[in-house]
Design a protein around this ligand. Structure first.
Ligand code: C5P
Length: 397
């Protein structure tokens, strides 16, 4: 899939820069051509000579190099590639990108490019967790920039946590996805996933059980077919999908708001286990036991039904709206009624009775309910279910 593809690789100044040598080799093996750009700091970690030797390409380092500008101007350089990859993306590079700085060749290319950008962050765990970095990451994701990693693990600085650059092969997979010419290329698809948490007080909340594994697999499968995916997730345990725009939310209200902000879309898949109710009024301070044995009475209010709201939009409704029905009894009858009640096009129905082991497990057995009728899919891994659903969506759009 990478044969003949052109990648502009911006190498930032971090210890993980050494992994870029392997990345270049792996990309070259797959037939991609890599044009490397080194920041000044990157040259402290890898030499232009080793990068040039592995890539077989001229290495660019300087914004004001008259020879380079005569051969290929920096604007042209930023446009000649199919994809711009930043690896390692240091905290400093992410900050410059988020702030729109253009004070060296790398940042100028990132500002000037009209091509998709994929970044592989790498930094110390505290730098990654720092609110400034997290703000910058959120800004960049919002700008449509794709991320791969960082991973958890031991770091060169001796600490442990999130901040390790994704491995070269993971970056290759993310590049594959970003460059995919699949049947969903050019289609924007919203996927909701995970539970929502509805606060009772600052320390307690109401939630449905949801690992987020099926939603994550669906987002990955759609992105692999080339879709531009906005993945809106509640606080789920599953690792976030790579190569998609991730929006983290907590409550049903926030999820609805994020969905509305992400529209328009060609399709929307609502796999989230949204809490049906929230507290009519969440408490600002912790509800205390008063020692008398009196129990608090919780007053609920109904949450917005995101699937129904979007399904019944008069203007700007996605062409295909897919809902889920996790049922424990009369699965097909309930799911068929739900499709009509909500107004969505398809319902993916599954039996989540405890004896099926589906909830929180690796497998799923679903029945797809459409206007034409129902089709039962054999029980298989959540990844296979996701891939099958993604292929069906591609056929329908
Ligand atoms: O009504 P029920 O919760 O069983 O419907 C399940 C489907 O509706 C799922 O697709 C779920 O993501 C969606 N849903 C929603 N907003 C809600 C409740 C459910 O989008 N408040």
């Amino acid at each position: 899939m990478l044969q003949g593809r052109k990648i502009l690789l911006v190498i930032g100044g971090g210890i993980a820069a050494y992994k870029c040598l392997d990345l270049i080799r792996r990309l070259a093996e797959r037939g991609a051509s890599v044009t490397p750009v080194l920041t000044a700091a990157a040259q402290e970690f890898v030499t232009p000579l080793s990068v040039a030797a592995l890539s077989g390409q001229k290495v660019y380092t300087d914004l004001f190099d008259l020879t380079d500008e005569a051969e290929m101007g920096h604007i042209q350089l930023s446009r000649a590639a199919d994809l711009v990859v930043v690896a390692p993306a240091t905290a400093d590079l992410l900050a410059k990108m988020a702030g729109g700085h253009a004070n060296d060749l790398a940042t100028t290319l990132l500002m000037a490019t009209d091509k998709p950008i994929l970044v592989a962050p790498a930094m110390n765990v505290r730098m990654w967790d720092h609110p400034a970095t997290q703000r910058n990451v959120a800004t960049l994701k919002n700008d449509g920039i794709a991320f791969v990693g960082p991973n958890d693990g031991h770091m060169a600085c001796g600490e442990f946590g999130a901040g390790r650059m994704a491995e070269p092969l993971e970056i290759v997979t993310a590049i594959d996805m970003a460059l995919s010419d699949g049947p969903l290329k050019g289609k924007h698809i919203i996927v909701t996933s995970g539970p929502t948490h509805e606060p009772i007080d600052p320390v307690r909340y109401i939630a449905n059980r949801s690992s987020g594994v099926q939603g994550t697999a669906i987002a990955t499968a759609l992105a692999t077919l080339g879709a531009d995916v906005t993945f809106i997730t509640g606080p789920a345990d599953a690792p976030r999908p790579q190569g998609v725009r991730v929006v983290e939310v907590e409550t049903a209200h926030e999820m609805l708001e994020a969905v509305q902000k992400a529209l328009p879309a060609d399709a929307a898949v609502f796999a989230a286990a949204v809490a049906d109710w929230r507290m009519a009024k969440a408490m600002d301070s912790k509800i205390k036991k008063d020692g008398t044995g009196a129990v608090p009475v919780l007053e609920f209010a109904e949450n917005p039904d995101i699937l129904k709201t979007v399904s019944q939009m008069k203007i700007g409704r996605p062409a295909l709206v897919v809902g889920f029905a996790a049922e424990t009894d009369d699965v097909i009858a309930n799911a068929t009624a739900k499709r009509l009640r909500k107004g969505c096009d398809w319902i993916v129905a599954n039996d989540v009775s405890p004896e099926t082991g589906i909830m929180g497990g690796a497998e799923n057995a679903v029945t797809l309910i459409t206007e034409e009728g129902q089709e039962s899919w054999p029980r298989s891994g959540k990844t296979e279910v996701a891939e099958r659903l993604a292929r069906r969506i591609a056929e329908a759009l």
